[in-house]
Design a protein around this ligand. Structure first.
Ligand code: KG4
Length: 333
């Protein structure tokens, strides 16, 4: 089965062609980085307009890079939600229209399902059930994944997503957007114990997250240092902030795996490319005798290949959409 997959939930327009669920023939991403960078964050209206301009060229590029044409596509999979609804509508409507014209089935994929399964785009596959931490600019959630179409959300952020916290701290330190990569680079030269930023463990049993208190604590610390008129120890702030985020993410994921009796842990989402998160998670899962699976950074960030993979399984389970099926901004998962 040849699948054309489309992803447009946020600020990247993606299209991929897959042969079956896991063989990627092409995976194209058109980034809107330059458009939003000057505003220090994503401007939803601009994102929708950029998707409209990019969608057809990106799909054409994906088809041509795969050496195929629309006539050879058997299934179209597109992100239905969650995300910026204006952005989603561009990709999802485009996919439904294309499927209607070509008289082939179309599936609407939850973006989270893509991140939960993206590890299957790698050669080494985890066994079900597993605990997945999806950690990006819009989400920070823990899931128990029972099979390719059955997921149970067992924890979520109560305020900011972890990636959002990275982006806000980077903005405060005037490091540009997106903040995650630059903070993790600077953190390499910093001391993670320089500042004792708070870890929000919440209630003893909770698998939820909270990052707004940490962000406020960094803001207050920076203001105090600025008042003293000393040069800001930016690498130390980055390393201490990163450590506070990563420690909570790792400990709660391990706690979830123990509670649900799962010996496999999977990471997904843009923040999963953070080297400190990857190394601490590897260290902790090793100590607990758990297996850790982390996709390559290319499959951690938003991409259409993971939507094609999740879409294949949805189709096998009989979930196609009709032209009047709507996109959604909040995930029902
Ligand atoms: O999954 P993604 O590409 O897009 C969505 O948010 O859906 O994730 C982007 C987020 C941004 O907040 C970015 O700052 C963060 O992932 N990120 C990182 C790193 N690379 C990207 N955060 C921490 N460390 C990184 N190395």
């Amino acid at each position: 089965m040849r699948i054309l997959a489309i992803e447009s939930s946020c600020d990247d327009t993606g299209a991929a062609v897959l042969d079956g669920p896991e063989q990627i023939l092409s995976n194209i991403i058109s980034s809107q980085f330059d458009v939003h960078a000057r505003y220090g964050g994503i401007v939803p209206e601009l994102a929708s307009r950029c998707h409209i301009e990019a969608i057809w060229p990106v799909v054409q590029e994906a088809l041509s890079a795969a050496g195929t044409s629309l006539d050879e596509i058997d299934l179209i999979a597109a992100t239905r939600g969650p995300g910026l609804v204006g952005s989603l509508l561009v990709g999802f409507t485009f996919a439904k229209a294309l499927a209607l014209v070509r008289q082939i089935p179309c599936v609407g994929v939850d973006h989270m399902a893509g991140h939960l399964l993206s590890v299957f785009l790698e050669d080494n596959h985890p066994r079900f059930p597993y605990i997945a931490l999806v950690v990006s600019g819009g989400n920070t959630s823990l899931f128990k994944v029972d099979n390719p179409t059955r997921f149970q959300r067992i924890g979520r952020t109560r305020d900011d997503a972890a990636g959002e916290a990275f982006d806000k701290v980077a903005k405060l330190l005037e490091l540009g957007y997106p903040g995650g990569p630059v903070i993790s680079d600077l953190a390499r030269d910093g001391d993670p114990t320089a500042f004792a930023f708070p870890r929000a463990w919440l209630d003893e049993d909770s698998l939820d997250f909270s990052f707004s208190g940490l962000k406020t604590s960094v803001v207050n610390q920076v203001h105090r240092l600025k008042q003293k008129e000393v040069p800001l120890p930016v690498p130390d702030i980055c390393a201490s902030f990163q450590e506070a985020v990563v420690e909570v993410l790792v400990e709660k994921t391990i706690r979830a795996a123990k509670r649900y009796d799962c010996s496999t842990v999977v990471l997904g989402g843009g923040v999963a490319s953070n080297p400190r998160l990857r190394s601490l998670m590897a260290e902790r899962s090793d100590r607990e005798d758990m297996k850790l699976f982390v996709p390559a950074p290319l499959f951690c960030t938003d991409n259409a290949a993971m939507i094609g993979l999740a879409g294949y399984h949805l189709f096998q389970a009989g979930h196609t959409v009709t032209p009047d099926t709507d996109a959604y901004s909040r995930s029902p998962l």
